[in-house]
Design a protein around this ligand. Structure first.
Ligand SMILES: [Zn+2]
Length: 387
């Protein structure tokens, strides 16, 4: 018999799904809803607005305001449904066949609903250490929201010790994920009529050489560093958007491309970026500039989330394993906010209900039994916090 989640969890999940929090839109209505819900149960929540105020993170503390707390963190944004032919309204949760359907049920409002459902009972218990609820924004567009909340956290009078990030892992303990760095490189060439090609240099030609450097770097690192926990096991560099030029008979004055590094823990994306810029300048730009003046390249990083590294004797991993009575740990190839929490000094693992297989897809669903398993995990956590 399938174990079902509580009506509280399902009700909260339905409400959360009802907020269209696609990353391009504001998440303020959802954040206000969660703050009001917590307040209704006597739990104070801080709303931490983004720089432009259109979005916000939320931070709530249950229990004493002391060091050593446990953070339960989820992102509030979801990916778009454009071009997907859903069987039901993606922003109106539908329960059928033992599953809940809706955009974000797995990634990752299911986890958030379970945490919120547990909050009232948590707040009535004499906790030895605090539980913090964190909601972030803009995770789905390169984990660019969490750093703002983590910076705010640095100025709080207490220091949490552990973070559980509730991305869908089928409630398995994940202690490693790849990092992501996303960058845009803009190149200035020297325009000339293409019949007089000796008088200039095409920015697109320079961009092609720059991309060649990225491919070389990827191959060099792959020859030295492989991490069999991931598929693919190497750090990858992909160029996925490109543009430039004005006409077929003019050497391109401008070109640009956008690329990402999906790093494994052993490969430092910052070091790769620095080495790319060094070789590009030395081998391509400096020689071209010597001939044609203004030639230049500029790279801007717009998303930067480090890999989650397995910790030696990590407190988060140990606690999660103890609650689940397991020794198994897993790695995931996707990027998440866990590496950012770890970099901020918190012992961190990912653990959450549902499968990443269903995330981002048409008819995203979560098995109801997964929500129940997450509830059981949180009950186990409560036991650890009270005794
Ligand atoms: Zn997610």
């Amino acid at each position: 018999m399938t174990v079902l989640p509580s009506t509280q969890t399902l009700g909260l999940l339905g409400d959360l799904i009802g907020f269209d929090t696609v990353s391009a839109k504001s998440n303020r209505a959802l954040i206000d809803y969660v703050a009001a819900y917590l307040k209704g149960h006597g739990i104070g929540a801080e709303i931490v607005p983004s720089h432009d105020g259109t979005k916000a993170s939320l931070w709530a503390t249950i229990g004493p305001e002391i060091d050593g707390g446990i953070v339960l963190s989820g992102h509030s944004d979801v990916v778009p449904v454009d071009g997907q032919d859903w069987s039901s309204n993606p922003f109106l949760m539908d329960i059928r066949d033992g599953r809940a359907y809706g955009r974000g049920v797995a990634d990752m409002k299911g986890f958030v609903a379970c945490v919120l459902a547990a909050a009232p009972s948590l707040s009535r218990l004499p906790l030895k250490r605090p539980v913090h609820i964190a909601l972030t924004y803009d995770e789905e567009v390169g984990c660019i929201g969490a750093p703002h909340l983590l910076k705010w956290l640095r100025n709080q009078p207490y220091k949490p010790a552990i973070a559980f990030i509730g991305e869908p892992t089928l409630m398995r303990v994940v202690n490693a994920h790849k990092g992501i760095m996303a960058a845009r490189t803009e190149i200035t060439g020297c325009e000339a009529h293409s019949s007089l090609a000796h008088q200039g240099v095409s920015a697109i030609g320079l961009a092609a050489q720059a991309i060649g450097i990225l491919q070389t770097l990827e191959a060099e690192r792959a020859a030295v560093h492989a991490d069999p926990r991931f598929e693919p096991s190497r750090a990858t560099i992909s160029v996925n958007l490109i543009g430039g030029g004005t006409a077929i008979n003019i050497l391109a004055g401008q070109a640009w491309f956008e690329w990402d590094i999906r790093s494994i823990p052993a490969v430092d994306a910052h070091e790769l970026r620095t080495e790319f810029e060094r070789r590009l300048e030395r081998d391509v730009m400096a020689p071209a500039r010597a001939k044609f003046g203004n030639v230049d390249a500029h790279t801007r990083v717009w998303a930067d989330a480090p890999a989650l590294k397995p910790e030696d004797d990590g407190a988060a991993e140990a606690l999660a394993k103890r609650i689940l009575r397991t020794n198994e740990v897993f790695a995931v190839p996707y990027a998440a906010e866990a590496g950012q929490f770890q970099q901020a000094g918190l012992s961190t693992v990912i653990i959450g209900p549902g499968s990443i297989e269903q995330a981002h897809k048409v008819d995203e669903f979560i098995e109801l039994s997964q929500l129940a398993a997450c509830e059981a995990f949180l009950q186990g956590l409560i036991v650890e916090l009270v005794v």
